[in-house]
Design a protein around this ligand. Structure first.
Ligand code: NZQ
Ligand code: ZN
Length: 388
C-alpha cells in the first residue's frame, strides 16, 4: 500500500426527512444563497421546503445551473454572492449543481481572473490562491458523482471540461435522502449507477499494491451496485434499493477507496471530451469508453482483472484469459441491462470524428493517461476505435 493522507470533513445526514438539519447547521443570521439547476427541484417542491426550513434568514436564489455547469453561468452567481454579502450557499441538485456551487464558493472572492482557477486540476486550489471561500451545504437529488462528499468539481469552459479541486470546497454537510431522488428520470438513475461503478473501477482495476482494505471496500461496493442496479432503475420508489445506490455512489468517490492505491481516470478524461464535443451525458460516456479501456489495457490490468472476475463476478472456471474476457463482457452487459448503450456509434457519432476527439485530448494536455501514464494519444485513438 502506498503512503497516503486522508481528510474528509463533510458531515452526512442520511435518510428520510432530514431537511431540518439545514437549520441546525447554518448560522442563524446567515444570508443564504440557494443554488439549483433547470427547475426539477422547484417542480418537486424541494426548494420551497428548504426555504421554509431556513426560516427568518435572508434568502436569495440562483437557478439555471445547467448539466455540465458552465463557467459563465457560475460567474453570474458569484456576482450575487459578492453584491449581496452572501455568507452561506445551499446547493440543491445533482453533481452539476454541487460542482457549480463549489466553483461559485471559490470564485466569489477570488482577486484575479477566475479562469485561472481552471488551470490547477488535480494539483488543487490552495488558500494561498484563494483566501476567502464561501462555505456551503448540499441537498443531493441525484446519486452519481460523489460530489456531495468530495472536494472536486468539473467545470465546462470553451470546448473543454476542467477538474477544479480544493480542500476548501468540501461541503460542510450534505443531506442524502433517497426519497428526494424518486422523481429522477430512468436514464439519470442508470447514469448514476454507471458513474458510481466506474468511479470504483478507476480506483480498483489498476495493478495490485496489497491494499486489501481498499480492494475489498471496492469489491463490496461493486457487488452492491450489481445487486441493486436493475431494481433501482425499474422500481424508483423501492427505498432499500435506492438507499443502497445513494450510499454506494457517495462512498465511491469520497476518497476512502482511492487512498493508498494507484488510480486510472482514463475513461473519465476521454469521456469528458465526448460530453464537450457531442453533449453525451457523463454516465453514458463512461458506458461507452470503459469496456473499451478494459479491452485495450487487458495486459496492463491483467492481475486486477482476474481478481475482479473472480471476486466481483464470481467467475470460477476457464483460463485466465477467458475469465478476463468474460468479466469485460459482463461489465458491458451490466451497463446495457440498465438501458444504457455502450457503443459510440449508437449515439449518432461517426467514426470520422475520432481524430478530432484525439486532438481535443492533446489540446487539453491529456497525453499521458492511466495509472502508469502510458496512454498516449495513439492509445486513446485505439480505445475510441474499440468503443465504436
Ligand atoms: O437541472 P434540473 O432541472 O434539476 O434537472 C437535472 C438535470 O437535467 C436532473 N435531476 C437532478 N435531480 C433530479 C433531476 N430530475 C428529477 N428529479 C431529481 N431529483 O438530472 C439532470 C442531470 O443532472 P446533473 O447534475 O447534470 O447530473 P450528475 O449528477 O450526473 O452530474 C454530472 C456532472 O458531474 C460531473 C460531470 O462531469 C457532470 O458535469 N462530475 C463530477 C464529479 C465530482 N464532483 O466528483 C465526478 C464525476 O466523475 C463527474 O465528472
Ligand atoms: Zn464520473
Amino acid at each position: 500500500m502506498y503512503n497516503f493522507n486522508f481528510y474528509n470533513p463533510t458531515r452526512i445526514f442520511f435518510g428520510k426527512d432530514r431537511l431540518d438539519e439545514i437549520d441546525k447547521n447554518i448560522p442563524s443570521g446567515a444570508r443564504v444563497l440557494i443554488t439549483y439547476g433547470g427547475g426539477s427541484a422547484v417542480r418537486s417542491g424541494l426548494i420551497a421546503k428548504v426555504k421554509t426550513v431556513l426560516g427568518d434568514r435572508k434568502v436569495f436564489e440562483f437557478g439555471g445551473i445547467e448539466p455540465n455547469p458552465r463557467f459563465e453561468t457560475l460567474m453570474k452567481a458569484a456576482e450575487i454572492v459578492r453584491n449581496e454579502g452572501i455568507d452561506f450557499i445551499m446547493a440543491i441538485g445533482g453533481g452539476s449543481v454541487i460542482d457549480g456551487t463549489k466553483f461559485i464558493c471559490l470564485a466569489s472572492h477570488y482577486q484575479g481572473d477566475a479562469r485561472n482557477l481552471l488551470k490547477f486540476g488535480f494539483a488543487r486550489v490552495t488558500s494561498k490562491v484563494v483566501e476567502k471561500v464561501v462555505p456551503f451545504g448540499a441537498v443531493l437529488t441525484l446519486p452519481a458523482t460523489g460530489s456531495e462528499m468530495n472536494d472536486g468539481a468539473v467545470i465546462s469552459y470553451d470546448h473543454g471540461k476542467f477538474p477544479v479541486m480544493s480542500e476548501m470546497t468540501f461541503p460542510k454537510f450534505s443531506i442524502l435522502d433517497p426519497v428526494i431522488t424518486y422523481t429522477l428520470p430512468e436514464i439519470q438513475v442508470a447514469n448514476g449507477v454507471i458513474d458510481a461503478f466506474v468511479h470504483i473501477t478507476e480506483q480498483y482495476i489498476t495493478f495490485p499494491v496489497e491494499a486489501r482494505v481498499q480492494d475489498r471496500f471496492a469489491e463490496g461496493l461493486l457487488q452492491t451496485l450489481i445487486e441493486i442496479g436493475e431494481t433501482t432503475v425499474a422500481e424508483p420508489e423501492n427505498y432499500d434499493a435506492r438507499a443502497n445506490l445513494v450510499w454506494s455512489a457517495t462512498m465511491a468517490l469520497n476518497g476512502m477507496i482511492g487512498t493508498g492505491v494507484p488510480q486510472d481516470w482514463t475513461t473519465h478524461m476521454i469521456g469528458h471530451e465526448l460530453t464537450a464535443m457531442f453533449g453525451i451525458d457523463h454516465g453514458q460516456t463512461l458506458a461507452i469508453v470503459y469496456p473499451a479501456v478494459l479491452e485495450v489495457r487487458r495486459e496492463q490490468k491483467r492481475a486486477k482483472l482476474i481478481q475482479y472476475a473472480e471476486r466481483v463476478w464470481k467467475i470460477e472456471s476457464g483460463s485466465e484469459d477467458e475469465k478476463i474476457s468474460s468479466a469485460i463482457l459482463k461489465t458491458r452487459e451490466f451497463f446495457e441491462s440498465l438501458g444504457v448503450k455502450t457503443r459510440l456509434s449508437e449515439y449518432g457519432v461517426t467514426a470520422d470524428k475520432i481524430p478530432a476527439l484525439v486532438e481535443q485530448l492533446k489540446a487539453h494536455g491529456l497525453t499521458a493517461l492511466s495509472e502508469t501514464r502510458d496512454i498516449t494519444p495513439e492509445v486513446s485513438q485505439k480505445i475510441l476505435e474499440t468503443a465504436f
